[in-house]
Design a protein around this ligand. Structure first.
Ligand code: KG4
Ligand code: ZN
Length: 336
C-alpha cells in the first residue's frame, strides 16, 4: 500500500486535539487545546468539556491543516477515538469526524482510546511489536495488559477503585495543590524525601491495583498534622505519595514480567509522564534485561497523534467504521 495520511481527532475527556499523521508514524501536526476552565473546579465538569470541544474543534482543525501544509483533499481517512470517555465529549468528536469523512468521501477509522495511548509509543518506536506487557495508566484507568499480537491481548490486572492518575489528582486536591495533580506532585517531589511517610501499598499479592485506601490514609495523615507542618514538608509528602503509587505500579508489573519471562514492557497514558515512574522502571528493566519503551512526554497525555497512530494498521487492514458509528463510554481497553 502506498503512503497515506490520516486526520485524527481526540475528544474523549477535557483535551480537544487534532493531528495529521502519515503511514510512517510521522506526526505532521498535532495541536491540543487544554480546557483550563476545569481548573476552577478541581476536576473535569463533563457538560463544560462538551461545550469547549465544540468551541475548539473547528479552529484546531484549520490550524492543523495550516501547520502541516496539507489540505482537506489530501487526507486519506479520518481517525476518531470512540471509547472510553465522557459520552458528551466523545459525541462531539465522533459527530465532527463523521461529518468530515462524509464530506470528503474518505473512510472513518474508530479507535479505542486506551489502545491509542499504547500506540503513542509507535511515534518514536515505529518498529514496536507484540509480544509485550503494557502498563496503561491514565486519569481514568490503570490496566496491565499482555499483548500476544496486535489483535490478541489479555487484561492481567486493573484497578478495583481509583485509577493511578486519579490518585495523583485526588491527593493534589486534598493538599490544595491544584489540577491536574500528577504533574504538580511530580515537580514538587523532586525536592522531597520519598521515605518521609510510609503510605500503604495495597493488594500486594494481586495483579490488580487499588488506590482508594491510599487516599484515605493521606487524608488521615493530613488531618493529624497542623497546616504549618504540612506546608513545611509539602515536597516530602508529595514524594511519599508518589512513591506509594509508583511502587504499586512497578512491583505488580515487574513481578509479572519476571515470573512470565516478558522481554518487553510498554508504558502508556498520562501517568507514564511521571519522572519517578520512568526512572524506577528504567533501573529495574535494565537489571532484568527487559526492554522498556515509553512515549515522549508530549504524547503521554491525551492527544490526537496517538489516535492517528492507532488507526494506521486498521486503515491498512481496511477496518473502516460506518457513518452510523456511535461512541460509548464503557471503561477499559478493547478492540473495536
Ligand atoms: O491519559 P491522560 O491524559 O487522560 C486520561 O485518559 O485520563 O491522563 C491524565 C492523567 C491525570 O490524572 C494526570 O494527573 C496524570 O495523567 N499525569 C501525571 C503526570 N502527568 C499527567 N501523573 C503523574 N505524573 C505526571 N508527570
Ligand atoms: Zn487518556
Amino acid at each position: 500500500m502506498s503512503k497515506f495520511q490520516l486526520l485524527a481527532i481526540e475528544t474523549s475527556c477535557d483535551d480537544t486535539s487534532v493531528a495529521v499523521v502519515n503511514s510512517d508514524y510521522e506526526v505532521l501536526a498535532n495541536l491540543t487545546s487544554a480546557q483550563e476552565i476545569h481548573n476552577l473546579y478541581g476536576g473535569v465538569v463533563p457538560e463544560l468539556a462538551s461545550r469547549m470541544h465544540i468551541k475548539y474543534i473547528m479552529q484546531l482543525t484549520e490550524k492543523v491543516f495550516k501547520e502541516s501544509n496539507i489540505e482537506l483533499g489530501d487526507i486519506d481517512g479520518v481517525a476518531i477515538a470512540i471509547n472510553p470517555g465522557l459520552i458528551g465529549s466523545l459525541l462531539v468528536g465522533v459527530s465532527y469526524a463523521k461529518g468530515l469523512a462524509y464530506a470528503i468521501n474518505k473512510p472513518l477509522i474508530a479507535v479505542n482510546h486506551m489502545i491509542a495511548h499504547i500506540y503513542a509509543n509507535k511515534i518514536t518506536h515505529p518498529e514496536l511489536k507484540p509480544p509485550f506487557l503494557a502498563l496503561v495508566v491514565s486519569g481514568g484507568h490503570s490496566e496491565l495488559v499482555l499483548f500476544e499480537t496486535e489483535q490478541k491481548f489479555t487484561v492481567i490486572g486493573k484497578t478495583v477503585d481509583d485509577a493511578a492518575g486519579e490518585a495523583f489528582d485526588k491527593t493534589a486536591k486534598l493538599l490544595g495543590l491544584g489540577y491536574p495533580g500528577g504533574p504538580i506532585i511530580d515537580k514538587l517531589a523532586v525536592n522531597g524525601d520519598p521515605a518521609f511517610v510510609e503510605f500503604p501499598r495495597a493488594l500486594k499479592q494481586s495483579n490488580n491495583f487499588s488506590f482508594s485506601g491510599l487516599k484515605t490514609s493521606i487524608l488521615n495523615y493530613v488531618q493529624k498534622q497542623d497546616e504549618a507542618y504540612i506546608q513545611k514538608h509539602i515536597a516530602d509528602i508529595a514524594a511519599s505519595v508518589q512513591e506509594a503509587i509508583v511502587d504499586s505500579l512497578l512491583t505488580k508489573t515487574m513481578n509479572y514480567a519476571v515470573k512470565f519471562k516478558i522481554n518487553q514492557i510498554v508504558l502508556a497514558g498520562g501517568v507514564s509522564a511521571n519522572s519517578r515512574l520512568r526512572k524506577r522502571f528504567t533501573e529495574l528493566c535494565d537489571k532484568h534485561k527487559i526492554e522498556l519503551v515509553y512515549p515522549p512526554l508530549k504524547y503521554c497525555m491525551d492527544n490526537a497523534a496517538m489516535v492517528g497512530a492507532a488507526a494506521i494498521d486498521k486503515y491498512r487492514r481496511e477496518e473502516f467504521a460506518s457513518l452510523e458509528l456511535n461512541p460509548f463510554s464503557t471503561k477499559g481497553i478493547r478492540l473495536i
